[in-house]
Design a protein around this ligand. Structure first.
Ligand code: GDP
Ligand code: MN
Length: 385
């Protein structure tokens, strides 16, 4: 779950990371009230979960209530790369000498934590990595040992931050690592981390992505859930209790079991397709679950074909096939479906599908042939559009 900047800064503050004082506003009047409280000059910042807000005109300096009124009017309702601004964060403007970068994330490949620090902050780190990879100091951290003081110092030294920023940056890195671990985040990023003319270091931006698997031990995350940005498909899936993640491809996917669902994404990619989603319907693939799953897939305008990949264990093949046939009585599906059933009573299941087969309902014996057929149908539908 991704946090908005203001939430990320509140999260940082809990771990003692210095941030500027500020407040949120959903209206222009609130923006002025908050600015009066915070003290001028202030920065009016669009709250959207996408980078490059500054370049898009979503971050403005205001020296007076009139300027806040003008900027808040422009920014509230603004579209930034497909995200509508519903809320602004007002904070006391900072004087900046230098902009740095700092982050901790999980390096799944290395099975270690990864810390990154750079003296080239304020621009997207991907850009720095492409143009000048040597400008990013990296350090893998064994989660069992944690981040030693010497590790934090070496990151700051290797990144060649200005001398006067060293102590402040080391202190923030240690706190940021605690925020990452104890705060159960997958990513904590400060870009820019700034050095002020009077020699203080603090976080000017905050990007925090929380690990959903740790939600059970964080009752306080409920407030973040409440403001979470979900697209229409994800909202519907959540309301139906389905394990769904929206992606950007054209092949809708339904599978039983998270592992099989992930393998299905891989196989669709392998045969040249691109998945529209991850959807795990779990153990009981009965008609109502199948109807719910198809309904969610149906709301996705990018879907051109659907792959249903079921391995029968406790759930038997004929139950799944009957579920699909019954679901089709409830949901008018826009795209052709290819179904692969294997495992317990697969033969019986396939026989039922065979009896109902049409251009819209195709049974395939293997995962690979089913994926190939689904991708072929997606490509065909794309050409016909
Ligand atoms: P992003 O563009 O979405 O990453 O938004 P940031 O919060 O990182 O802000 C972008 C840029 O705006 C920063 O790199 C700064 O250069 C500038 N900026 C943001 N807040 C302040 C501030 O308080 N004072 C000054 N002088 N510049 C700021
Ligand atoms: Mn930023």
């Amino acid at each position: 779950m991704d946090l908005f900047e203001y939430q990320g800064k509140q999260y940082f503050a809990r771990f003692g990371i210095p941030v500027s004082p500020g407040g949120v506003a959903d209206t222009v009047d609130q923006a002025v009230t908050e600015s009066d409280r915070v003290g001028y000059p202030v920065v009016v910042k669009a709250q959207v979960q996408v980078g490059g807000r500054g370049k898009a005109g979503g971050i403005k300096l205001a020296r007076s209530a009139d300027e806040v009124r003008e900027h808040a009017t422009n920014i509230l309702g603004m579209d930034i790369r497909g995200h509508t601004v519903r809320r602004v964060w007002i904070e006391r403007a900072s004087d900046i000498s230098r902009e740095y970068y700092a982050s901790f994330t999980l390096d799944r490949g290395a099975r270690l934590h990864l810390g990154m620090v750079s003296a080239r902050g304020g621009v997207e780190i991907e850009q720095v990595a492409a143009e000048d990879p040597g400008a990013i100091a990296r350090l893998h951290i064994n989660p069992v040992h944690g981040l030693a003081d010497a590790d934090a110092r070496s990151l700051v030294e290797n990144a060649q931050l200005d001398r006067e920023a060293h102590a402040g940056a080391v202190d923030i890195l240690k706190k940021l690592y605690r925020c990452f671990v104890e705060g159960d985040a997958d990513l904590v990023e400060i870009n820019p981390l700034v050095l002020t003319p009077d020699g203080r270091v603090h976080a000017l931006d905050a990007k925090v992505s929380l690990d959903n698997n740790a939600e059970f031990r964080h009752p306080e995350w409920a407030e973040y859930r409440a403001t979470e940005v979900l697209d229409e498909r994800e909202q519907l899936a959540r309301s139906k209790g389905l394990q769904y993640i929206g992606l950007t491809g054209s092949v809708g996917i339904i599978a039983n079991g998270a592992g099989l669902a992930m393998s299905t994404l891989d196989v669709v990619n392998q045969v040249g397709g691109s998945p529209a989603n991850f959807l795990d319907i779990g153990g009981g693939a009965d008609a109502s679950v199948m109807a719910n799953a198809l309904e969610v897939i149906n709301t996705d305008p990018n879907v051109r074909s659907i792959l249903i990949n079921i391995f029968g264990g406790i759930t038997r093949g004929e139950e799944v096939a009957n579920g699909i046939v019954q679901a089709l009585e409830h949901v008018q599906i826009k795209s052709p479906m290819v179904i692969r059933i294997d495992g317990t009573n697969a033969e019986e299941g396939r026989a039922i599908l065979e009896a109902h087969k049409s251009d819209q309902l195709i049974s395939q014996p293997t995962m690979l042939s089913a994926a190939a057929k689904t991708v072929e149908l997606a490509n065909l539908a794309e050409v016909r559009r």
